[in-house]
Structure formats: C-alpha cells, structure tokens
Design a protein around this ligand. Structure first.
Ligand code: CTP
Length: 407
C-alpha cells in the first residue's frame, strides 16, 4: 500500500505558467490514495480555474483569507491541522520571498506561516528570476528551515529561455511527497489484531439461510491496513466474495456462533475490531432436511432465537479482554446518541459510527464518513475512500493502544 494511503496533502497552487501541472499532481496524489485539499492563490487563479482544481481534488478549493463561509468550515489553522504535508506547486519567486520573510497576506502565505507540518516547494520561474541573488538567498533560508525543495528542472522554458526554472514533473513531486511520508516504523509490529468482517449466514435448512447485504469491504480494508502497519492480522470472515488478502490469516465462518467461537479462540490479542454485520437472530430450529412444500401452499413459520453479541461478549470479558476493543455502529438517525449507548452497553473503547441513511450513498458505496465516539468525546472525520478510512482508523487505533500502554 502506498505511504499516501489515508494521508491528506494540502496543495498550494502559485501563479505561474506551470500551474496547470499542479492539476496533474493532484490527480497523481489521489491515484496513490491521498486526500487532497487545495489553496489556489489569486495569481494561481489566472492560470487554472478553481472549478478544475476542486473537481480533481474532490474538495472545495479555497483562495481567500477572510472568506467567512469557508473560514467557518476551514480556516488557515484547520487547513494546516488536517494536512500531513503541504506542497507548494509552482512555488513562484514571490511566494518563496514571502515564505522566507514570513509575510502572511493571503490564505496561502498565512497557512504556510501557521503550519507545523512538513512543507515542500516545487519552484518554477524564469531562469533569471531563479538565478537572482534574492531568490537564491530566499532558497537558502527556506532550506535551512527544513523546507524540502524539488527541482526546478533545466530545459526550454515557456518564456523562450533555457536553463533551470522548469517545474519538476508531477510524478517526481508525487514521489517526493510519498517518500517524505514513508512510515518511519510499523507502529503495530509485534501486535496481534483480530478483525471480524462480512455478514453471517444463519441456516434455515441445508439450502436456505438468512443473510444481510454486508460486502465485508470495510473489514477487509482494515485488515490490510493492520497488516501494513506491521500487525499479525487475523480476519474472522463471514461469507463474502472478496479475495483473501496476502499476509493475513483468514478464518472463514458462516454463523454468528461460529464467528464468536473463532474470535474467542484467537484471544488474547492487542486490538479487536468488530466490523462484521452479525445477524442479531437465527432460525431457532435448523432443519436437517430441506423444508418441503406441504401441498397446501401453507408457508412454514420460522421462529428465531437471539444470536450471541460477539462485541459485547469480548468487551465485557473479565479476563483476557483485549486492551483495545473497537465496535461499529451503522445508524440512520441520532447517530451519536446511539453510538454512545452502544459504547457503554457493549463495553467498547471506541465506536466508529456512520450515518448510513440512503441519502449518504455510504451503504455499498466506496466512500465513508465516520465519527469516532469514545468516553472522551466525538471526532468527526471528512468523507474519504473506504481504504483511506481503514488506514486512518488503524493508525488511530495504534496510537490509542500506545497511549494506553504508556498510561
Ligand atoms: N456485533 C457483534 N455481534 C452481534 C451484533 C453486533 O459483534 N451479534 C457488533 C458489530 O460487529 C458492530 C456492533 O456490534 O461492531 C454493532 O452493533 P449492533 O448493535 O448490531 O448495531 P446495529 O446493527 O447498528 O444495531 P441496532 O440493531 O441496535 O441498530
């Protein structure tokens, strides 16, 4: 998995003829799994339109420092907080000068001054401007402050001259961003993570069963993320049509009772994540032979019994309870209230809640928007690809586990 998966990059687009290449960079970063926020400077907007930037980034583009509607949603501080890395493309002579001097006179420069995240610049300008002593002095200042500089390349320039000043290729910039975010270690190395996923099938007779529409995708993505973060990963999976991911021990089960048994057999573990859509009830009688029509067209009556609640069982274990127990709550109303109730009732440390009302398009879709509910409060996450959600969640759980260990 790419180091960009589950990461957020803030792309700041300066005003230069190379600004169109920032669009290619955004496309490349998204392709590698990153979420992208964008700031388009006023000069940048002379070269690319806000509409093309936001269409490619998949999020609204921002330009103004005192834009009240956006300031309410995302001001310069939020921009910096949400990002894992900031990249300025193209970094014009003017932007570099302002950064070096600490000038903050628009949203881009204010965000750059306010951030404590890694910053990269990809300069592009006329060769004489690049070679000018002022620009070279600014460059030295920025480098000395730890700002990474990609390019510029040498070659024919739009202004008809030849020399250094061309923007580095978007692929190269994306490579540099990815390399900068390469994890410096695997936070779940040496840890064991058990994840339940998919639906359960509850048999009526040898050929019929009760099921639900869970695809298992979120649970499988979580397992891959746990593996990529170094964990020994056990996936207790109901029947799904997903390929067995390499490097993960998959334990296939059918019913809720089998899922409980397989999960308990894998304890102790460090993190247990309950992403399965377990059937709450099962047919009380499992007929050994196929139910036949009785000739009078009377449909059979199916009686149900309650299934074990796997999360609740593990969450309340007196002995051998995993240090971090994670549950999911798919709700259509009172999302947070219901999630809080579940957190307490099931003995979980965190509930990942999402609103699955039909209007959200989350059920069966590729995107998810989650809220993390713990005893300490609620965290709102932006809408992201399900794989990105999975990577972010696993990183977050790794962090929670580490904090528990040190407290
Ligand atoms: N869960 C479980 N075993 C069950 C039922 C649920 O482990 N028999 C877990 C799920 O994997 C999920 C959480 O509990 O982590 C969801 O709780 P549940 O009460 O089933 O949620 P909903 O289906 O959203 O519940 P409700 O019917 O209360 O809306």
């Amino acid at each position: 998995m790419s180091a960009l998966s589950g990461r957020t990059i803030l792309v700041i687009i300066g005003g230069g003829i190379a600004a169109y290449k920032a669009l290619e960079l955004i496309r490349e970063l998204k392709k590698r799994g990153a979420a992208v926020n964008a700031i388009l400077t006023r000069a940048g907007a002379q070269f690319v339109t806000p509409l093309s930037v936001s269409a490619l980034a998949g999020s609204p583009v921002h330009s103004e420092l005192f834009d009240l509607t956006h300031e309410a949603e995302m001001g310069h501080i939020e921009f910096s907080r949400a990002a894992d890395l900031l990249v300025v493309v193209p970094a014009t002579a003017d932007l570099m000068a302002k950064m070096a001097a600490g000038i903050a006179d628009d949203l881009a420069t204010t965000t750059l001054l306010a951030t404590d995240k890694p910053v990269m610049i990809a300069p592009a300008m006329n060769v004489r401007m690049w070679l000018h002593a002022a620009t070279q002095a600014n460059l030295a200042t920025l480098k000395a402050r730890g700002i990474a500089v990609i390019g510029p390349d040498e070659g024919d320039m739009a202004c008809g001259e030849f020399g250094p000043g061309r923007l580095a290729e978007p692929q190269v910039i994306a490579d540099a961003v990815e390399a900068a975010l390469q994890p410096t270690g695997q936070p779940l190395k040496g840890k064991k993570v058990v994840i339940t996923a998919g639906p359960t099938h509850e048999p009526i007779d040898p050929v019929r069963y009760i099921a639900n529409r869970s695809s298992g995708r979120q649970g499988y993505a979580l397992a891959e993320a746990a593996r990529d973060l170094g964990a020994r990963t056990i996936l207790v999976s109901g029947p799904v049509s997903l390929a067995v991911p390499p490097g993960i021990e998959v334990l296939p089960v059918e019913t809720a009772e089998e899922m409980l048994e397989a999960t308990q057999a894998e304890l102790p573990c460090d993190i247990a994540v309950f992403a399965a859509a377990v059937a709450d009830w099962r047919p009380a009688d499992r007929h050994e032979h196929k139910l036949k029509k009785d000739g009078k067209a009377t449909p059979p009556e199916i009686k149900f019994s309650a299934n074990p609640d796997i999360l609740r069982t593990v969450g309340h274990l007196k002995e051998g309870r995993p240090p971090l127990v994670v549950g999911f709550a798919a709700e259509t109303d009172k999302v947070i209230d219901n999630a809080r109730t579940k957190l307490a009732a099931k003995g979980a440390d965190v509930i990942v809640a999402n609103d699955v009302s039909a209007s959200t398009g989350i059920m069966g879709g590729n995107h998810n928007r989650v809220q993390l509910v713990t005893a300490g409060g609620v965290e709102d996450w932006p809408e992201l690809d399900k794989r990105e959600v999975a990577m972010r969640l696993m990183r977050h759980f790794a962090q929670m586990l580490a904090e528990k260990g040190s407290s």
